[in-house]
Design a protein around this ligand. Sequence first.
Ligand code: ADP
Ligand code: TZD
Length: 570
Amino acid sequence: MSNKIDSPALTDGFHLVIDALKLNGLDTIFGVVGIPVTDLARMAQAEGIRYIGFRHEQSAGNAAAIAGYLTQKPGICLTVSAPGFLNGMVALANATTNGFPMIQISGSSDRAIVDLQQGDYEELDQLNAAKPYAKAAFRVNRPQDIGIGVARAIRSAVSGRPGGVYLDLPADVLSAALEAGAAKHSLVRVIDPSPRQIPAPESVQRALELLASAQRPLIILGKGAAYAQADADIRAFIERSAIPFLPMSMAKGLLPDDHPQSVAAARSHALAQADVVMLIGARLNWLLGHGRSPQWSAAARFIQIDIAPAEMDSNRPIAAPIVGDIASSIASLLAALQPGRIKPASSWIDELTQRKQRNAQQMRARLAANPNPMDFYSALGAIARVLEQHPDVYLVNEGANTLDIARNVIDMRAPRRRLDCGTWGVMGIGMGYAIGAAVVSGKPVLAIEGDSAFGFSAMEIETICRYRLPVVVLVFNNGGVYRGDDINRGGGSDPAPTVLMAQAHYEKLIEAFGGAGYHAADPQTLARTAAAALASGKPALINCVIDPKAGTESGHIGNLNPPSTIARAN
Ligand code: ADP
Ligand code: TZD
């Protein structure tokens, strides 16, 4: 260790950081070590903090972000200066975009040299580089400010709309000695870091009046609603108001997907025909067609519950904004809800039910087909049946077709169990989210990964094996980005831009680290191996062979690809 202080009357910056985290109940660090934070990780482990060491900072950051989402406490990611810091930035920006609380703590090089650009080892003006991507960014320049710096980072990460916070710790601040008594005194325990934000009573009344006037009301649950952990009250409000609901991807399971009021199977009809829509912790962004026609009725009126006041009217006028935290807002709505006041028209419920039944029948037919090689539906149908027996399993999901089809085929039955690409549509969250979820929950995780998506964080299977985490990775190997059958339009021997190796035996990767590798080319083998792997509680990877011709370009969002204006490159 670099900085040995024997005198009990002295401490140093390293220990102060650890004490500040512990004082605030932060007991896990996800990171990659190197100059100047190696000793910070060692000492944290010595002081009882769990340190999970990754192979790449992006995955460490993703683990921290999802840990924050699941626990409502900021997940901590530790990075080295400059390149390590930048590797973590995608995860920090992703956390900010999705509203997950995390803190990236990074060591940094000598300020005097960095600011004069004199060429230090791993030189970078990290604070300014972080600012555009973080909800907040701070640098601690004096060891006596570590306590207040950590406190500011914690409060910034979890209060209001949660997000990613950057905390810069220069090497000399970490190694600086302090008198122990004064150091202890400088620590800050953050009181009530995300205080309740009780909505104005008139905003609650306005919303209830609008709902009472509706014939075709609809509730949309977003991941903000899942994050809020107000599960029982949300369910009570939906059931007492009898309003049909639609979960956004990560809100699936907040109420079970087989709940009679779920209209997930009639999604487009519900969006297009609803006259009053209540958004609970969901933004009207691209995932909801920006609230515009033709996806939505131009006459629909909106109620939005959100902790961020500026979210209101961001894409479409909000007739009844409720600014508050979701737990307090739903409690206020429940308290003011008079029985029978809100009455969805029976014709609305009937038409949604008919649509649901029709679409469910089509889906059943697709799932029943048993093509050889497997397509996404037959493989996911097999997995859906396995997960019916394991409602507590965390499901991580990324890819394009693998993501979109799994979202539709796999029902969720418990809240906050579905963790996916989220608001940014980012690839590379897979192993980081899987590790973060396994570490904070201690429960099994199934990561369903497109073969391309998996590649972005694949090396972390060594991390999964090293920490013996109960993570089962399912690689949907159709030999390509979206699909594996494209050809080189120039006629050369190089593969087409979307093509990967369909013959790849991904299961051999995990065998290199002592994990269990499986190969599945039919639904029965897939179901059997997935069930056995989940039951084992040990690291496993299943190479799941999917037809290279299965899948559509960009999955369900192919319409977002810009069309070429000339026909030259067909
Ligand atoms: P989805 O992608 O599931 O539609 P979004 O990420 O777009 O969800 O929206 C989540 C919204 O929830 C954000 O606007 C965020 O401000 C809000 N939010 C997060 N936590 C809370 C909370 N505890 N109370 C109220 N709103 C919240
Ligand atoms: N890079 C990053 C960081 N995020 C992205 N979303 C992309 C690239 C582009 N991209 C997608 O939007 S989906 C995808 C990429 C590369 C992979 C799709 O292929 P897959 O899944 O094998 O993971 P399917 O199931 O075969 O479609």
